[in-house]
Design a protein around this ligand. Structure first.
Ligand SMILES: [Mn+2]
Length: 365
């Protein structure tokens, strides 16, 4: 008998994006996109008649989610009936007394694991045990002990936490023990980029929609099939937008137009009209970069859905002039020493910049 299910995690419904480099409007609409993608995946699960849905923690972002968010999810789950949903609470939506999970009534097809120790739900007709445990607090320093399992049934494990991070504050699990206790699938949550493991059968589903620029790449969920002989895990990309962070190297003599075309050529095979972009500009620049950055924004904004330009440029020093003015002082000697050294050109420039900055600051005191 084949058992098929969707594994999701870290949806973070309600999350506030205003501090994540996004424009104000998009920070607002991003909340709805997160919700929309989650509802779309759940709808697909019903349409494709999977056996159940697993949610491995952090369905909500407790800090920011509203009663409306909770009611919406509960109603959506009810609409999936009879497809069952099995879920655990994570560190961002723990099951303490004031947990957001207590705000609403959950429909009959939803099971939330309530214990802080692994407990099982037996699906007799499928000869399957689903093991799970929920978070009660925001930190859990203890390494996790796995339940003992036998091979006369199939076993799934739902867990929200770190993997192989000794000393972690987030319910660490060791992959060594997962190799010893053979589960048919380990559905992990907590790490927001999806990852399928090779040394045991399991995966981090990752967030269906990425939450910030650290969460680059594809995002979605895992479509899992357990047969009598093995487990097939397929990652399905589903996010409506990606986060893309790029670095652009400037030359001191670049014009704003040159910079714009450098950026265009680096993004031409990507989806600037669709995704969130953060472009860090590095290198030496004559004068203040701020003005150039606002001109750049004016040029590029119409082509981008959401663009942020970060200035990491360094002022291009007029070394020749400094050498004339400070010729006999430590500054002049420093310039000549560096320039006559056999350092590589970029290293020479860096040394001149760092050294002169320190020496000139001293002069002005
Ligand atoms: Mn999370």
């Amino acid at each position: 008998m084949e058992i098929r299910f969707f594994h999701l995690a870290d949806i973070h419904i309600g999350k506030c994006y205003s501090t994540h480099c996004l424009s104000h409007d998009h920070a607002e609409s991003r909340r709805n996109e997160t919700w929309g993608t989650f509802a779309r995946i759940c709808g697909k699960a019903k349409e494709e008649a999977v056996d159940f849905i697993l949610i491995a923690g952090d369905l909500f972002d407790s800090h920011y989610c509203s009663l409306q968010d909770l009611l919406g999810v509960s109603e959506m789950f009810a609409s999936l009936s009879p497809t069952p949903v099995y879920m655990i609470a994570g560190n961002h939506d723990p099951l303490g007394e004031k947990s957001v999970y207590h705000w609403v009534k959950w429909p009959k097809n939803v099971t939330l694991f309530s214990s802080q120790q692994f407990e099982k739900i037996e699906l007799e007709e499928k000869k399957l045990n689903i093991w799970g445990k929920s978070w009660n607090l925001k930190e859990d320093h203890e390494s996790c002990k796995l339940p003992g399992i036998t091979s006369d049934t199939k076993n799934l494990l739902l867990h929200h936490g770190d993997l192989d991070q000794e000393g972690s504050l987030y319910a660490n699990l060791s992959s060594q023990t997962l190799q010893e206790q053979v589960f048919d699938y380990v559905a992990l949550g907590h790490i927001h980029r999806p990852k399928i493991f090779k040394n045991f059968t399991g995966a981090y589903a990752g967030s269906p929609e990425p939450l910030d620029f650290g969460e680059f790449g594809e995002h979605g969920y895992m479509d899992v099939r357990i047969t009598d002989s093995d487990t097939e895990i397929e990652f399905v990309s589903e996010s409506s937008r990606k986060f893309v962070a790029l670095q652009i190297e400037v030359a001191a003599t670049d014009s704003v137009l040159t910079l714009a075309s450098k950026i265009r050529s680096q993004t031409k095979d990507l989806q600037p009209d669709q995704d969130f972009f953060k472009i860090t500009v590095e290198g030496y620049w004559e004068g203040q970069f701020e003005l150039a950055a606002s001109q750049l924004m004016a040029l590029l904004q119409p082509e981008f859905y959401d663009l942020a330009i970060l200035d990491k440029t360094k002022p291009d020093l007029n070394v020749e002039r400094l050498e004339q003015v400070y010729g006999d002082s430590a500054i002049g000697r420093y310039i000549r020493t560096i320039q006559s050294s056999d350092l590589e050109e970029t290293v020479q420039k860096e040394a001149l910049y760092v050294g002169l900055e320190a020496l000139l600051k001293g002069k002005n005191r």
